[in-house]
Each structure stands twice: as structure tokens, then as C-alpha cells.
Design a protein around this ligand. Structure first.
Ligand code: 6R9
Length: 654
């Protein structure tokens, strides 16, 4: 691992700055004294945030910290679903819309009030109880972007049964691995999902996955796309049969603040995904506070839209738990950004008068490619805050976003965080921060972050290094499911006593943070984290493949694009059509084992891969090749002619 080179980053030449919009600043939930308050009494600040939730019993201690294990709000009890739903109804806001749900087919919309959501969550909790789900049991959720997905998650939370939501773009194999790893006995899914006007079947993937999960006893199926599905009697049950008829009365049990809320799988540097564990009180405090202070949520007037998938942590924290804990109205959209036209999003914003939009740079770059005429055709004047998350946002994309979507008047918040963090850690505050396009600026109040060099010492302003979090925070992961050693090794062994994020960053002359991307082998494709090892393993599983090396090459649209270098076994025909067919087959293999999102952008069939003398594949050089750069240092190679041959081949192929 090398320290990121700040000179490689064009970000450094960015000098534009933007003051917070005056109107926003005047009424913002976060006023400038918030930083000072949190600095003077960090735990007191977090306790104040926690008090905005409804607790059944208040905690005895805000924090107990035994490195690397934190317990927050120790002794406190609460129920996450009650905090997200019931208490808003009890406070007289039952008629407020929780979700304006927009289906992909036009005119397929639903408005769900907090009262309806409460009834649905209670029904689902009763139905799950009938299926034998008890506090502590894990439930796997493999669902499209429909309201039932939120209901399913909250029903699990209500029962204290940690959910594990598996992104519906993942394959049967990926689903199986996750079900087995967290030992879920119940799976919730749908017949299919809509994607650009066609049906993407989900139930067959669940059938395939579950055929190898002997402990799964129930599959609860929502009818969404209405095509025929195979049915296993005694195991499969329709949601409309058991949930719709269940009682809307359910008395929620209160759980310890540290009771597990969910497990979310994310890629690590080895092939096996990590089950990141989040618990209840600290997590809910963190996501609720960040919603209120970063997105300045005003439940009476705001319409919030996180345009992300629920299967990503961003969906968990900023579609489900954070906005609902604040009692705000959200938009939830089922489909692709260009379903029904390249202006679909802008039409949604106009129709629902969305005030806050949160999305990823990869999507913003796609919109840039499509052109300004699409947003221009709609009235987007309701917007007041734009958020970005998932990867570094290029200054040009930031400026484009603010100008074409924000009408040059909104605040833009570039929020840095990770699945492991639970909620945002480094970000501007929209009514306070003078923003710099491309910079995530400063740690959120109550968060202690720094940039350190190889020795773990804080770098001076103007220098780059590794992002570390130096104090525990409420939304932090509590471990990796079933793998304590990996938890310690991945996050707490690189530098003593601090959390190692795996990202590079630079602190500029003012001490503001500019994130520079991952320093390990995790790629970021359209905001999805995919490990190089995972894709390599899939490729190598193909009978014709000898070896594979995968790199994430920078890509103008997706952030990184997967480029695979594959050496095939002797005797396998790779000339002409046979080679093309093999490449197709390899892409299909990756799609099957991991998901379509992991299909390489380019596969180069090469006779050999460049290796060190000790046999390690030199991905760094392959990245140079994939990005059409001069080759870096080749002196550690066993045979340097291998990589120059690959470079020639790459130039010939593009
Ligand atoms: C929330 C989320 C985490 C990785 C993280 C970093 C990258 C996220 C970023 C950003 C620069 C930002 N990342 N936000 N990089 N600026 N604003 O994305 O979680 O899927 O776990 O990914 O994403 O590299 O380490 P997750």
C-alpha cells in the first residue's frame, strides 16, 4: 500500500468557493456554534442527539470503549421501528406522507402516510412472527425498490430480528453466500422488479440460492411484476396472503441500545464479503442527527429524496432509518434514471417539489453526458440542498450539479462515509460551510478524523495520507459478522488505536479534507464496492481460464470500470470468433456469480500476467496499461517483456 500521491489529483488546482445560501444559513438546524459545542463536550453532543429519539429507558453511560469495541448509550432501551414510525403517529403526524413512492411504469405511484406505514409494519411483524421469526434471528431481504422493502426492514427491526438486505442486482450465488454466512432462515423477496420497462425476475434467483440453503424454511414473496413463478409448497408464502390479512396491532418490544439492527455485506480486500454489523441506539442516533444537520431536514416542509438503492448502505441510512427517524416526507423511486425518458428524475422533482436530493457522482456524470436540456425542461426551483456520496466528486461534476440541477443557488454537500461508518463522517454543513467543489471539507461535529502518513502521524496541511477516525462514533460498525479477527485486522491493525478507513485523502492549506479514493484493492463502480479478488475468483472459476488479474481503471461515467486481464489455459482456442465467444462467456460467468454490476468493461486475453519474482501479480502495472499510461517501475518484475506485450495488445484493441 502506498500513500496516495496528491500530485496525481487534479483536485488540487480547484480554487472556487461557495458561501452557504443566506436564506438557508439563517434558518439552518445547524448553526456555527455546533462545532464548538461538540468539541467542548463530544459525548454530551451525542447524548443531545440521542435525546431526540424516543427511549423506553435512558442510558447509564453514553460510551463504553474497549478498543476496538464500542458500546453506545449503555443500558438504554428503545425500538428502532417505533422511533421511525409509531412516535410520529402518536405525535399527531399520522397523516403526513412518509413516502411518495414512484414506480417505474408511469402513473404507478403510491403515497404512504406514517399511519399506513405503521399499520403495514405491524402487519408484517405479526406475519413474520407467525413464520417463526424471533428477536435475534436473521432475515434476508432480496427486494426491488418498492414500499414493501421498507416495511419488511422495519418489521424485522420491530421484532429485533436483524435484516440483511442483499442488493437485488446480485446473483443467486451471492445471495446464497450471504444467507449462509449470517444463517438466515427466512428470506423476503418479490416475483420480480421493473428495470427499463422489462421484468428482472428475482424469485428464480432466490429459488436457486435457497436450494443450497437447507436451513431456510420460509420464503415470503411480494407480488410486483405478476409473471408466473415456481412455487415450493410449505416454504413459499405470498405477502398478500399473510401480511395483508394480519392484524395492524402489534406491541413492540424494547431492545437494548446495542441490540443488532442489521448486517450489511460489503466487499473487502479478499474475495469473501464482510458482514458489517450495526446496532440500534448509536446507529439511529447517528443517522438521525446527520439527516437533521447535514440535510437540514424540516419535517413540516421538506421532501427528501435519496436516489440510491436500498440494498446499499446509503439506502438503509438515508432512505429508511434517518429520514423516518426525523418524520420527514421522502420520495422513493423504483426504476432506472432514464425509464420513461432521460428527464425522469427532473419530472419527479417537479411533480413532488423535492427540496433535498442525495445521489452519487456516477449518476451526476451520466446526466452530464446526456445533456443540460433534460433538467432545463423542468421546474427544479423547489431544491435547496444537493448531496453527493459514494466516490470522490470531480469539481466539474460538482459545479455542473449545482448549476444545472441546483440553479446556482443550492448548497452542495459532498458527504464521505462507508458502510462500516453507518452514517456520514466528513461533510460540509449547508448553512455554515464555505464549500469547495470536490472537497468533503470537515469531520461532522462529534467526529474525530484525521489524515496520517505511513507511520500513523498526522500529516501537515497541504499533505496527503490515509484517512483515520481517531475516536469511536455512534454509528460505527460493531464487528464483522462471525469474524472478529477480520474486524481487528481490517480496521484496527494498520495504525495503533485508530480506525483505518482504507481511503486516501489530502488536507489542503486550510485543513479541509479532499478524498482521493481507495488505497486497497477495492474498486468502486458506479458507487458499488467490488473487490478485485471477487471478480478474479469468478473469472478463474471458468474452465478455460488459467489466471486473472482485475483492476479498476478510471472511467468518466462509472468512476471506475473493471478491466480484466485473463490468461487462458493451453489448448483453448482464442483466435477470432472463438476468442470473442470466450470473452462473452467470461462476462456471463461474472454476472452469474456476482452480478451484472461486476461484469468487466473490458477483458483482454493475454498469454501471461506480469508478476514479481515471488509470484505476485503486479496490478499496479496493469492499471497503467488499462489507463493508457507510461508504465511505472518494472524492476521488480520477473520478466518485463510480459507487460510491454500486454500494453501493445491494449493499444491495438482500443
Ligand atoms: C456510503 C458509501 C465506501 C467507500 C469509501 C470511499 C468511497 C464514499 C465518498 C467516497 C470520496 C465521498 N466514498 N463517499 N469517496 N468522497 N463523498 O459509499 O459506502 O459503499 O461502503 O463505500 O466509497 O472510497 O471508502 P460504501
Amino acid at each position: 500500500m502506498t500513500t496516495p500521491d496528491p500530485e496525481l489529483s487534479a483536485l488540487l488546482h480547484e480554487s472556487r468557493q461557495f458561501d452557504p445560501p443566506a436564506e438557508l444559513a439563517a434558518h439552518a438546524n445547524a448553526q456555527p456554534d455546533v462545532y464548538q459545542r461538540a468539541k467542548e463536550d463530544r459525548l454530551g453532543f451525542w447524548a443531545d442527539q440521542a435525546r431526540r429519539l424516543t427511549w423506553d429507558r435512558e442510558w447509564d453511560d453514553v460510551l463504553q470503549w474497549e478498543l476496538p469495541y464500542a458500546k453506545w448509550f449503555v443500558g438504554g432501551t428503545l425500538n428502532a421501528a417505533v422511533n421511525c414510525v409509531d412516535r410520529h403517529v402518536d405525535a399527531g403526524n399520522g397523516d403526513r406522507v412518509a413516502f411518495h413512492w414512484v414506480g417505474e411504469p408511469e402513473d404507478d405511484t403510491r403515497a404512504i402516510t406514517y399511519r399506513q406505514l405503521k399499520d403495514d409494519v405491524c402487519r408484517a411483524a405479526n406475519a413474520l412472527t407467525d413464520l417463526g421469526v424471533r428477536a435475534g434471528d436473521r432475515v434476508a431481504i432480496y427486494m426491488p425498490m418498492i414500499p414493501e422493502t421498507v416495511v419488511a426492514m422495519l418489521a424485522c427491526a420491530r421484532l429485533g430480528a436483524p435484516h440483511t438486505v442483499v442488493f437485488a442486482g446480485y446473483s443467486a450465488d451471492a445471495l446464497k453466500t450471504r444467507i449462509i454466512d449470517c444463517d438466515a432462515h427466512v428470506v423476503i423477496t418479490a416475483d420480480g422488479s421493473w428495470r427499463k420497462g422489462s421484468i428482472n425476475p428475482l424469485k428464480p434467483a432466490v429459488d436457486e440460492a435457497v436450494s443450497e440453503c437447507p436451513d431456510v424454511r420460509s420464503v415470503l414473496v411480494v407480488r410486483r411484476t405478476e409473471q408466473d413463478v415456481d412455487w415450493t409448497d410449505g416454504r413459499d408464502v405470498w405477502w398478500h396472503d399473510v401480511v395483508d390479512s394480519a392484524s395492524p396491532e402489534h406491541v413492540a418490544e424494547m431492545f437494548d441500545a446495542e441490540h443488532p439492527l442489521y448486517v450489511m455485506y460489503t466487499s473487502g480486500t479478499t474475495g469473501k464479503p464482510k458482514g458489517v454489523l450495526h446496532t440500534t441506539g448509536g446507529y439511529l442516533t447517528h443517522v438521525s442527527a446527520t439527516c437533521r444537520l447535514i440535510f437540514d431536514m424540516k419535517p413540516e416542509t421538506d421532501v427528501f429524496w435519496t436516489a440510491a438503492d436500498i440494498g446499499w448502505v446509503t439506502g438503509h441510512s438515508y432512505i429508511v432509518y434517518g429520514p423516518l427517524a426525523n418524520g420527514v416526507t421522502s420520495v422513493m423511486y423504483e426504476g432506472a434514471p432514464d425509464a420513461g425518458g432521460k428527464d425522469r428524475w427532473w419530472k419527479i422533482i417537479e411533480d413532488y417539489k423535492v427540496t433535498i436530493l442525495y445521489t452519487a457522482p456516477t449518476t451526476i456524470r451520466t446526466f452530464m453526458k446526456w445533456g443540460e436540456e433534460y433538467p432545463r425542461a423542468h421546474d427544479l426551483s423547489s431544491l435547496r440542498i444537493l448531496g453527493s456520496v459514494g466516490e470522490p466528486i470531480n469539481p466539474e461534476a460538482w459545479i455542473w450539479y449545482r448549476k444545472n440541477i441546483g440553479g446556482n443557488k443550492t448548497a452542495v454537500v459532498d458527504t464521505w462515509w462507508q458502510t462500516e461508518n453507518g452514517g456520514v463522517l466528513i461533510t460540509p454543513l449547508p448553512g455554515i460551510t464555505r464549500t469547495k467543489p470536490g472537497a468533503a471539507m470537515q469531520p461532522f461535529p462529534g467526529i474525530s478524523a484525521d489524515v496520517v502518513n505511513n507511520e500513523g502521524r498526522a500529516v501537515a496541511n497541504g499533505e496527503a495520507g490515509f484517512v483515520v477516525i481517531t475516536e469511536p462514533w455512534p454509528g460505527m460498525l460493531r464487528g464483522i459478522w462471525g469474524d472478529d479477527e477480520r474486524y481487528k485486522k481490517t480496521y484496527w491493525s494498520k495504525f495503533e488505536g485508530v480506525y483505518f478507513a482504507g481511503d486516501g485523502a489530502k488536507k489542503d492549506e486550510d485543513g479541509d479534507f479532499w478524498l482521493l479514493g481507495r488505497v486497497d484493492d477495492v474498486m468502486n463502480v458506479s458507487g458499488h464496492r467490488i473487490s478485485t479478488t471477487e471478480v478474479e475468483s469468478a473469472l478463474v472459476s471458468h474452465p478455460s481460464v488459467a489466471e486473472a488479474a482485475v483492476v479498476g481503471a478510471s472511467d468518466a461515467v462509472t468512476g471506475q470500470g473493471i478491466v480484466a486481464f485473463v490468461s487462458i489455459k493451453a489448448g483453448v482456442d482464442e483466435e477470432g470468433d472463438a476468442g470473442a465467444a470466450l470473452v462473452d462467456d467470461l462476462r456471463a460467468t461474472v454476472a452469474r456469480q456476482i452480478g451484472k454490476i461486476a461484469r468487466p468493461r473490458q477483458i483482454l486475453l493475454t498469454p501471461e500476467l506480469p508478476k514479481t519474482r515471488s509470484g505476485k501479480i503486479m496490478r499496479r502495472l496493469l492499471l497503467d496499461v488499462a489507463e493508457h499510461r507510461e508504465l511505472g517501475d518494472v524492476t521488480t518484475l520477473a520478466d518485463s517483456s510480459v507487460v510491454s506485450a500486454i500494453a501493445d495488445q491494449m493499444e491495438a484493441s482500443t
